[in-house]
Design a protein around this ligand. Structure first.
Ligand code: ADP
Length: 515
């Protein structure tokens, strides 16, 4: 019935109903819970008015929707909904780049715009702006920023670059946040505050509305870039590396997300595990040592870049070099790129690591899932850690020990923001191996609980663990959940928008919460 109404309102070509191929809305890295997260169909509106029409029909029929932009949320569920039977509200057809302003360095985009689209647009127009792309550039600029994704440039904290949203609420009302509420204002993408409470954050990792436009700050292209790699010889160097990095990030000598990767983090995506080891359990230490020697890797490798005019690059590099030279055996390598003209360095003039550091999108990391076989998947455990060597080692040891017990390899990295570390532990599995998938899910659940008890929480989660993680954020008998669900019930009384997203359930669906 709902599908018939949707087709009447939007046209047959905008609706995928029962009997359609819905494989694009399945979790591509499913670890065995496909039935729990199965969409009943999808609807693809072309305009804000059509989004409003979809919401009206969903309200009328009490059908849950699951909002996605491009649905490339790999490792976290892809485009699949939290509640089986949901209709995916797929916003890929809202794909206009409404404005790219070179003078003030911002863009205003719709949800269907990918990182590749935005990059190509800037390139075609020859604008002196850099975007910041996450590891895979085929995803949505809007979806990634809403999920608090990260990239490598100084604008790599994507959520922090959001300035002004247009949101359709469950009742169909269209709200513009910040200065966007002032008709004809030319400051919507310039001042985040507006007048009154800041609302942008309410719509991040949220089911309170459907974001249909997003303002995003872009980086004015710098005069130069220095791509840096620091190699640390010993496993125990992690503490010193993180301790050296902390002040450099806080003082913004290093201006961008700096990533420390483990040995296997440097190997996945390049070679299959079976080249060295195909036995039971996690790769044993002697084999790890063999891999290290074969490929000439160090225990930890730290990647970051420096940005600015040449004299600034040199001054920054000198401070960085001094800090890391205190660590015995640490080797620092760098490559400098400086523009010849006054326009600065165009991102498309760069290649390899420098291109990544300049935010150029790619899909080169797609092969990481092939580590354990051609048909692989990954599940990312992503806790937030205080940026000290002691805390990084505590998390590393804990995760490593539990991973070994489950026969799972440690593929991990620590990404240093200004005042935190994101520890992303990537559990890679062969999708055809039921035991590996079960092990991945068991390990994930254990880590959430155990680390939660130590005050360490995740910033993002796969559909299967949204409730578990929400449950860990339990100060004052789950006050944050009560507050969020009070808002949810007020904004969406029929509970049609992404029920269960991040463990926030509308009244109509609360029985679905995982115990
Ligand atoms: P990407 O393609 O960049 O990976 P997705 O489209 O998969 O991004 O979006 C990631 C998540 O963000 C979705 O699962 C959804 O919960 C949320 N989301 C995405 N787009 C919107 C939107 N326009 N409005 C509200 N929430 C959204």
């Amino acid at each position: 019935m709902a599908f018939r109404h949707l087709a009447c309102a939007l046209g047959d070509d905008a609706v995928l109903g029962p009997g359609s191929d819905l494989s694009a809305y399945e979790d591509p890295y499913s670890f065995g819970m496909t039935e729990e997260f199965r969409a009943s169909g999808a609807v693809l509106p072309r305009s804000v008015e059509e989004v409003q029409a979809v919401l009206a029909i969903a309200n009328q029929h009490g059908v849950p929707l699951w909002t996605i932009s491009l649905g490339r949320n790999l490792g976290y569920g892809g485009a699949a909904p939290r509640v089986s039977g949901s209709i995916v509200l797929d916003l890929r057809r809202l794909n206009r780049i409404l404005e790219v302003n070179e003078e003030h360095a911002y863009a205003l985009v719709e949800p269907g715009v990918s990182f590749f689209d935005l990059y190509e647009h800037i390139r075609e127009r020859g604008l002196r702006l850099w975007i910041s792309s996450p590891a895979l550039g085929w995803g949505s600029v809007v979806g990634n920023a809403l999920e608090r994704g990260v990239g490598r440039t100084p604008y790599g904290d994507h959520a922090a670059q959001i300035c002004g949203l247009e949101v359709v609420l469950a009742n169909g009302d269209v709200v513009r946040t910040g200065m966007g509420a002032l008709p004809c204002a030319n400051t919507w993408q310039l001042f985040k505050g507006g007048y009154g409470p800041s609302l942008d954050g309410l719509f991040m990792q949220s089911n309170f509305g459907v974001v249909t436009k997003m303002g995003l700050w872009l980086m004015p292209q710098p005069q130069g870039l220095m791509s840096c790699l620091v190699r640390f010889q010993k496993e125990s160097d992690l503490a010193a590396a993180v301790d050296a990095l902390g002040p450099l990030r806080r003082q913004e000598v290093i201006q961008s997300n700096a990533q420390v990767g483990s040995i296997l983090h440097q190997v996945v995506g390049r070679y299959p595990r079976a080249r060295w080891y195909d036995g039971p359990g996690a790769i044993p230490d002697p084999v790890l040592e063999q891999i290290r020697q074969d490929l000439g890797l160090e225990w930890w490798s730290l990647r970051f870049a420096l940005y600015g005019e040449e004299n600034m690059l040199d001054a920054r590099f000198e401070i960085v070099r001094r800090a890391f030279s205190m660590i015995r055996g640490a080797e620092i390598l760098c490559q400098k790129h400086v523009a010849s003209g006054a326009d600065g360095l165009y991102a498309w003039e760069l290649e390899g690591a420098a291109a990544h550091d300049a935010g150029v999108p790619s899909v080169s990391s797609l092969d990481v899932v092939k580590f354990r076989g051609e048909d692989g998947g990954h599940l990312d455990f992503s806790p937030i850690i205080a940026p000290t060597g002691r805390e990084a080692v505590r998390a590393y040891r804990h995760v490593m020990a539990r991973a070994r017990e489950h026969g799972i390899d440690y593929v991990g990295s620590f990404t240093a923001g200004v005042r935190h570390l994101r520890h992303v532990f990537m559990i890679v599995y062969d999708k055809r191996d039921a035991e590996q998938k079960r092990g991945a899910a068991d390990l994930f659940g254990i880590l959430v609980k155990e680390m939660g008890q130590e005050g360490i929480g995740e910033y993002r989660a796969h559909l299967a663990f949204m409730d578990l993680i929400r449950g860990e954020y339990c100060f004052n008998d789950h006050a944050i959940r009560r507050f969020s669900e009070t808002l949810k019930d007020a904004l969406d009384p029929n509970g049609i928008l992404s029920p269960g997203k991040q463990g926030i359930w509308p009244r109509t669906f609360r029985t679905e919460r995982s115990p």
